[in-house]
Write a protein that binds this ligand. Structure first.
Ligand SMILES: C[S@@+](CC[C@H](N)C(=O)[O-])C[C@H]1O[C@@H](n2cnc3c(N)ncnc32)[C@H](O)[C@@H]1O
Length: 293
C-alpha cells in the first residue's frame, strides 16, 4: 500500500524534477485543452461513481492531518526545489531590475519551502511570507539553514479559514505565489482562499499560479473509487487533487476580484526511466492582478 501511495505521487515529483533542472525540456503552451484518445475518453466517462458523502466529509475534516502525515512520511524529500520560478515569472525578478526595491512575497501553501528557498538562495532582494496547512511542513521550513527572521516569516494557517491579515498587514504583499496548492483545496472552498490572499495583496499586486491542468496524466491514472466530483480525486494517502480547466480557474479568480493577465495550459512530457514511460503532463500557468485602487 505504502509503495503504491508513493508511486501515485512520485509522478508529480518527477515532473517537478525535470522542471527544476537548468536544461529543462521545452514546454509547449496552449490555449486549448489536451485532446484525449478514444480509450482515455471512455475511461473518464465510465468513472462515474463518486466516493460516498460520509467519506468525503471525513476527508475534508482530516485534510490537515493528511498533509501532516504526508510530511511525516516524506519529510523534506518529496518535492524537488523549484528553480524555474524566476525564469517563468518575470515578477520575481522585478527587485533585481529596479534597484533598492525590496519585493514582498507570499507563498501560500509553501510545503517545506521548495519554492522559497531557491529564491532566497539566489539572493534576491525579497522578504518572503510563507504559510502552510501542515505544522510539520512549517517546522521543516524553520529548520532550513537558509531560514532567517530578517528575510522570511513562516506560519501555519488554513487558507480557507484563518485570516492571513493576522500575520501579514493588509495590502502589503507585492507578489503571491500559489504553486500546486489550490488543487489540494476543496473546490467549494477555493474562493475563500483566493479572497484571503486578495486582502493582503497590494492594489496592482500579482498572483503567480501553477497547478494541475485538465487531463494531466495523473488525472487519468486514478483508479475507480477515487473520484470525489468533477475533475476532483483523492489519492491513496487521503490528499486530494483537482484538475483545472483554464476557464474555471479564470472564473474563480475574477469571482474573487482579480483581473486575468495570463492563463494557459503548459504541456510537458515526463520521462520515468524506471518504468520506461514517457507520459503527458498538463499544468495551468497563470497570472492574476489585483486592480489598482
Ligand atoms: C503539493 S504541495 C505544494 C507545496 C509547495 N507549494 C511546493 O510548490 O512545493 C500542497 C501544499 O498545500 C498545502 N495546503 C493544502 N490545503 C491547504 C490549506 N487549506 N491551507 C494552507 N495550505 C494548504 C499542503 O499542506 C501542502 O503543503
Amino acid at each position: 500500500m505504502a509503495r503504491a501511495q508513493n508511486i501515485a505521487l512520485a509522478d508529480d515529483s518527477l515532473s517537478v524534477d525535470l522542471m527544476s533542472s537548468p536544461e529543462a525540456p521545452v514546454q509547449d503552451t496552449a490555449a486549448c485543452v489536451r485532446s484525449l484518445t478514444g480509450q482515455e475518453l471512455e475511461k473518464l466517462k465510465n468513472d462515474r461513481n463518486l466516493v460516498s458523502e460520509f467519506k468525503q466529509a471525513k476527508l475534508e475534516k482530516e485534510a490537515q492531518k493528511n498533509w501532516d502525515l504526508f510530511y511525516k512520511r516524506n519529510t523534506v524529500n518529496f518535492f524537488k526545489d523549484r528553480h524555474w520560478t524566476t525564469r517563468e515569472f518575470e515578477e520575481l525578478r522585478a527587485c533585481k531590475e529596479s534597484q533598492g526595491q525590496k519585493l514582498v512575497l507570499l507563498e501560500a501553501g509553501c510545503g517545506v519551502g521548495n519554492c522559497i528557498f531557491p529564491l532566497l538562495e539566489e539572493d534576491l532582494d525579497v522578504f518572503v511570507y510563507a504559510c502552510d496547512f501542515s505544522h510539520r511542513a512549517v517546522e521543516f521550513v524553520k529548520q532550513n539553514p537558509l531560514y532567517c527572521a530578517e528575510r522570511c516569516k513562516v506560519f501555519q494557517c488554513d487558507l480557507t479559514k484563518d485570516e492571513l491579515q493576522e500575520s501579514i498587514s493588509a495590502e502589503s504583499v507585492d507578489v503571491a505565489m500559489l504553486i500546486f496548492v489550490l488543487s489540494a483545496i476543496h473546490p467549494d472552498k477555493m474562493p475563500l482562499a483566493l479572497k484571503n490572499i486578495f486582502k493582503v495583496l497590494r492594489p496592482g499586486g500579482t498572483v503567480l499560479f501553477r497547478d494541475y491542468g485538465l487531463y494531466d496524466h495523473t488525472m487519468l491514472r486514478f483508479k475507480p473509487g477515487s473520484k470525489l466530483g468533477e475533475n476532483f480525486y483523492v489519492r491513496q494517502d487521503g490528499t486530494r487533487s483537482f484538475f483545472f480547466s483554464k476557464e474555471l480557474l479564470a472564473d474563480l479568480f475574477t469571482g474573487a476580484g482579480f483581473l486575468t493577465l495570463a492563463n494557459e495550459y503548459v504541456f510537458r512530457e515526463t520521462v520515468n526511466k524506471k518504468e520506461g514511460l514517457c507520459v503527458p503532463r498538463v499544468f495551468v500557468q497563470s497570472k492574476f492582478r489585483k486592480p489598482d485602487r
